[in-house]
Design a binder for this molecule. Structure first.
Ligand SMILES: [Fe+2]
Length: 194
């Protein structure tokens, strides 16, 4: 799925067109389903502009961070909800108990594989999140779109886009042993963003 979407060959759409397309997306994991998504994006960007007027990149990040959800639409391949929205988490190491619905990982064969079910698994301490394979979702897709199109957002902006659904990290404070120093700096901005 990641390799397929990494080709970035589904559709060419402007940022604003994608903002409008997001109104057609239903995110079943979102508790605020009543609010049109475009309104959510604009409100997020405006709130951040007020609080951080000197950080123009941060309001742009807020505006575009969820645009990857377009992959649920037929013109972008129509991926199901489970492959698009909800929390994200690393694979290749133990599923931390802070992961939502953790009990269902019991049915995942990785849960029982000794190569994948230790705290560091296939990784090393401090290896950096860039070297960690995350579960697929709209975060990683939008990150690839921004990165491969030469986005000039600072690394903190790209980090926010890529990990804003990584609740076990930014809300539960787990998986920190996989971060490097750059990740730790960027996480401060993700905390501000949330
Ligand atoms: Fe999101």
């Amino acid at each position: 799925m990641r390799a397929d979407y990494g080709k970035l060959n589904k559709k060419v759409r402007s940022i604003w067109e994608c903002c409008e397309l997001l109104n057609d997306v239903v995110d079943e994991s979102d508790p605020d389903l009543d609010e049109p998504q475009i309104q959510h994006l604009l409100q997020s960007a405006e709130a951040i502009r007020k609080d951080y007027p000197d950080e123009d990149w941060l309001r742009l990040t807020a505006l575009i961070h969820d645009l990857g959800k377009v992959i649920t639409l037929p013109q972008f391949g129509g991926l199901p909800q489970w492959a698009t929205v909800g929390d994200t988490f690393p694979v290749g190491c133990a599923f931390d108990e802070s992961n939502v619905h953790h009990k269902y990982f019991l049915e995942n064969t990785d849960f029982h594989n000794p190569a994948y079910n230790t705290k560091t698994g296939i990784y090393t301490e401090g290896c950096g999140l860039n070297n960690v394979m995350m579960s697929w979702g709209h975060d990683d897709y939008m990150y690839m779109v921004a990165k491969e199109n030469g986005s000039t957002l600072p690394s903190a902006g790209l980090f926010i886009i890529r990990y804003h659904s990584f609740y076990p990290l930014h809300t539960a404070g787990e998986y920190v042993h996989l971060m490097n120093d750059a990740d730790k700096e960027n996480l401060k901005w993700l905390h501000i963003f949330k």
